[in-house]
Design a protein around this ligand. Structure first.
Ligand SMILES: [Mg+2]
Length: 186
């Protein structure tokens, strides 16, 4: 069984790191609180006059490399691997790929070891990747083809309008995945 795990917002804590970086860089302007996030794309939650400032944060050298892990995520990856599941990290790099692409590899190396970088799949179209499950915080994942994987939504304030997908966090993943794993053929 192949389990695809998204990186930002699932393994790497983009959201809280962004808020911390915003406070450090722009102390005179309050960032949008995590619980008030509405759009999947963080820059869209800011007014047009602030969007460039938001973009400057997540495209800055080192931002993606230095993201802290989502609490519980690394332990869950290790446990899924120990269960014999084929875990892959399936991530869409930013369109401003210059820092992001290498830093995604560096992040995986730092937190899961160099060998784990062979599990990283970077693509702008996740529907073209084969797998049984995709755990991802993006509300709707579309692309060139109908995906072969089942989307399990990693819970976030900006995806709570989606009510027709199973929802998971690293606090309850065992219960949510239990049903999926036991109904699979292998
Ligand atoms: Mg994500």
């Amino acid at each position: 069984m192949i389990i695809l795990l998204d990186q930002d917002g699932v393994l790497a804590d983009f959201e809280h790191a962004f808020i911390d970086a915003w406070k450090a860089r722009y102390p005179h302007i309050a960032p949008i609180a995590y619980e008030d996030r509405k759009s999947f794309y963080i820059r869209e939650d800011y007014g047009p006059e602030l969007r460039g400032m938001a973009e400057a944060i997540y495209t800055a050298p080192g931002f993606i490399r230095d993201l802290p892990p989502v609490p519980g995520a690394l332990e869950a990856v290790r446990e899924l691997l120990a269960l014999g599941l084929d875990v892959r990290i399936c991530s869409s790099p930013l369109s401003q790929f210059e820092n992001c692409v290498a830093e995604k590899y560096l992040w995986v190396e730092k937190h899961l070891g160099r060998e784990a970088t062979s599990r990283l799949i970077l693509t702008k179209d996740k529907t073209l990747v084969r797998g049984d499950l995709l755990i991802d915080d993006k509300p709707r994942i579309e692309g060139a083809v109908a995906p072969r994987w089942k989307h399990i939504l990693y819970d976030a304030p900006y995806n709570r309008h989606v009510t027709d997908a199973p929802r998971l966090t690293w606090a309850n993943w065992r219960n949510v995945l239990a049903g999926e794993l036991y109904t699979a053929d292998e």
